[in-house]
Structure formats: structure tokens, C-alpha cells
Write a protein that binds this ligand. Structure first.
Ligand SMILES: Cc1cc2nc3c(=O)[nH]c(=O)nc-3n(C[C@H](O)[C@H](O)[C@H](O)COP(=O)(O)OP(=O)(O)OC[C@H]3O[C@@H](n4cnc5c(N)ncnc54)[C@H](O)[C@@H]3O)c2cc1C
Length: 366
């Protein structure tokens, strides 16, 4: 069995049963996360020497894609854990790696990302917050605007302007640190309704050198060379998974929807045209995403293009699938409207597809 097939089997059994409730009730899919923990998925990117699986960008992509076919919210939250983990793997000091990576590998530490701020919006690499230095301590004050997996993650990567150096710092802040609180605005988004995204307030959070990922001012390198590539391809994977779920539902439904004369809508040429487009857009999203991930973090143009392609294709696939599903889709008797709502998040998550298109154009023009 390939890794993809293995994750699909796992997700059907241990994730899918909780997807509808997470969406309807807007609640974090904690049962799915617990199952992921027990099955060892949180160790995917932790190197073997620290007890993990030593997975690559391609593994990260495959697992996120396969999970998203069952639950986009679970896949998104899991994806962010992997991105934060990879940042520690690639950029942390040896002391931090020794401290955190074995705990992550054992499923004792779930990670999340607290980057976005209300001010800088989609430009998460331009934070307004900065730590203040007091003796050998660093004090963080400020507010992060969208923090997925809020309260359910054990540790949050926070980007801030560097102190005593040019550039950015990335801090790893534990959930239980004094001064951390969440603004209890339950997430009531259009889609990704279980992701529990909410603002995080940092009020005099006291950190030491050992809580910073890498040297002072090195956070920008980690953002550009590790976090952005793993995040961008992770989003491409999540939305390829959403497109795949919509594709499969539309094809099955078209074959099963019967009229009184015994004909099925799959026999109608216009419906077949919709299915054809749904199929080639979905396959384009999947294959490009997997191919870009296999090239790795240095293939920036491919990663950016794969994410834009998957994001736009997912929305178009879901729009067409809604047509195929007709009134049953609109009446929410099929999961297609959830896929459509989840797919709409693809364009706005930072860096938004508009910003990414600019970066892609610039990369191609060099
Ligand atoms: C489901 C979900 C989960 C999220 N989870 C997290 C998380 O865990 N951690 C986290 O840190 N953040 C998270 N975010 C926040 C997200 O990554 C973005 O930062 C946020 O959505 C930006 O919203 P905004 O309205 O401030 O965007 P704005 O910056 O106001 O952008 C609004 C529009 O303007 C466009 N735009 C802005 N600047 C440019 C430009 N220079 N060129 C072209 N177009 C431009 C954008 O493309 C966008 O369409 C999440 C968001 C969502 C929807």
C-alpha cells in the first residue's frame, strides 16, 4: 500500500466521521487530531535521529492532500503543525531541536502558526510587534489576528521584528506561557469551520534566547526558505484534496441521479462536459502539486504556481460540481456546498493568491 492509500484508509476511518459535525457546529475536530496523534502522524517531518519519520516536502504534501479529501479543516490544522515543525528542524539551535523535536515526534507537542496581524493582513512577513529586551529576557506584547488550532496546539510560532539585529525573529511560545490569551471570538467563518482560528494576545510574555528559532534576525530566512515553501505547497495539497472530494462526489452523483424514464444525468452531454472539466482541473491540481513538492523548497516558482493553480481549480471544480448536484447540492444533501465554502479560503490565506501571483511574476522575470 502506498503512503497515499494508507492515509486515505486512515482518514476514512478516523477523520471522516467527525467532519460534518466540525463543519456544522464550527468546532475543532479534536477526535481527528487525537487519532492523528495516536497513529504517529505528527512525527512525519521530525528527523529519525529525534524519533520521527524523517519525511520530506513530498511526504508532507501527500499526507495533507489525502487528509483533505476527508476533512479540509483537519488537513489545514495538521499542515500548519508540519510547517512549524519543519521550521524547527531547519532553523533551530541544536538545544531547541533536542528539547522540542522528540516531544513533537511522540505526539506530546502540537504546533501552530501565529503570524498574521490585523495591520499587515496577508503580508505576514511585515509584523508590527517587536520584543523588548530586559536584561537577558525578551518581552513580547501585541496581538496576532488569526491563529488556527487556537488553544488546541501546545506551542505557537510567533514572528516579530528582531531586536538588536535587522530582520525578523521567530519565537516558539508555549500555550501555558504567562501573558498568552485568546480573544474568545468563536470562529464563524464561511468555510474551514472547525479550524478554531481566533486572535491571540501576547501581554508581557517573557521569553529567553532559547525560545527563539535560530539567531537574532534569522527569522526572515526561515520564513522565506522553509516556512513559506512548506506552507504554500501545504495549501496546494489541501485544496487539491478539496477538489478531489468534489470531483468524486460529482461523478458518483451524476451516475446515480435517475429520472423516471430510467436515464441518469451522467448521460447528458452538458453534464459530461462539466464532469470533464471537473476532472481535468482536479487532476491538474493534484499532479502539479505533487510534482512541485518533489522538486522541493528551492523550486519557488513551481510551488507558487502549484498553489495558485490548486486554489483556483478547487473553487471552479466546486462551482461546477454544485451545478451537477443541482437542488440536492444546494439543499446540503450532498457535501458539495461544504467543499465550495472550504475552497473559498484558498485565495485569502497568506500569502494570498493575488500576492503570490506577483511573487511568481517577479520570480519568472529575474
Ligand atoms: C481559514 C483561515 C485560517 C487562517 N489561519 C491562520 C493561522 O493559523 N495563522 C496565521 O498567522 N494566519 C492565519 N490566517 C490569516 C491569513 O493567512 C491572512 O493573513 C488573512 O486572511 C489576511 O486577511 P486580511 O483581510 O487582513 O487581508 P488583506 O491584507 O486585507 O488583503 C485583502 C485583499 O487584498 C489583496 N492584497 C493585499 N495586498 C496586495 C498586494 N500587494 N497585491 C495584490 N493584492 C493584494 C489580498 O490578495 C486580498 O485579496 C487564516 C485565515 C483563514 C481564512
Amino acid at each position: 500500500m502506498s503512503r497515499y492509500e494508507e492515509v486515505r484508509a486512515f482518514a476514512k476511518k478516523s477523520v471522516e466521521p467527525y467532519t460534518t459535525a466540525a463543519d456544522k457546529e464550527g468546532r475543532f475536530p479534536k477526535e481527528s487530531f487525537e487519532a492523528l496523534r495516536q497513529a504517529g502522524y505528527f512525527s512525519l517531518l521530525v528527523p529519525k535521529e529525534f524519533g520521527g519519520q524523517g519525511g520530506s516536502m513530498a511526504d508532507h504534501t501527500e499526507v495533507c492532500l489525502a487528509l483533505a479529501e476527508s476533512c479540509a479543516t483537519t488537513a489545514l490544522c495538521y499542515m500548519m503543525h508540519n510547517v512549524a515543525t519543519q521550521s524547527i528542524v531547519a532553523s533551530a539551535t541544536e538545544a531547541m531541536k533536542k528539547d522540542k523535536l522528540p516531544q513533537i515526534a511522540q505526539g506530546k507537542k502540537i504546533m501552530a502558526l501565529a503570524f498574521s496581524e490585523s495591520g499587515s493582513g496577508t503580508h505576514f512577513y511585515l509584523p508590527e510587534i517587536a520584543a523588548k529586551k530586559e536584561g537577558d529576557k525578551f518581552i513580547l506584547n501585541g496581538r496576532k489576528s488569526f491563529v488556527t488550532t487556537a488553544r488546541f496546539a501546545d506551542e505557537y510560532l510567533v514572528d516579530a521584528n528582531a531586536i538588536g539585529a535587522e530582520g525578523l525573529d521567530i519565537w516558539s511560545v508555549p500555550l501555558g506561557a504567562d501573558g498568552i490569551s485568546f480573544e474568545d471570538a468563536a470562529w464563524d467563518g464561511l468555510g474551514m469551520r472547525g479550524n478554531n482560528s481566533m486572535p491571540m494576545v501576547l501581554n508581557g510574555v517573557t521569553l529567553g534566547e532559547r525560545d527563539r528559532i535560530g539567531a537574532a534576525g534569522a527569522g526572515g530566512d526561515s520564513l522565506n526558505n522553509v516556512i513559506a515553501p512548506f506552507f504554500v505547497i501545504g495549501l496546494a495539497a489541501v485544496y487539491s484534496g478539496v477538489a478531489t472530494a468534489a470531483q468524486n462526489t460529482a461523478i458518483e452523483y451524476a451516475k446515480s441521479r435517475k429520472y423516471p424514464d430510467g436515464s441518469v444525468i451522467a448521460e447528458i452531454p452538458t453534464v459530461q462536459e462539466h464532469l470533464a472539466k471537473i476532472y481535468y482541473l482536479t487532476q491538474s491540481a493534484r499532479h502539479f502539486t505533487i510534482a512541485a513538492a518533489q522538486k522541493g523548497a528551492s523550486a519557488a516558482a513551481d510551488l507558487f504556481a502549484a498553489r495558485i493553480n490548486a486554489s483556483e481549480n478547487a473553487v471552479e471544480v466546486c462551482r461546477l460540481a454544485m451545478k451537477v448536484g443541482g437542488g440536492n447540492a444546494y439543499a446540503k444533501r450532498l457535501p458539495l456546498e461544504r467543499y465550495l465554502r472550504d475552497a473559498y479560503a484558498a485565495a485569502v490565506m497568506a500569502p494570498s493568491t493575488d500576492v503570490l501571483a506577483i511573487w511568481l511574476g517577479q520570480a519568472l522575470s529575474k
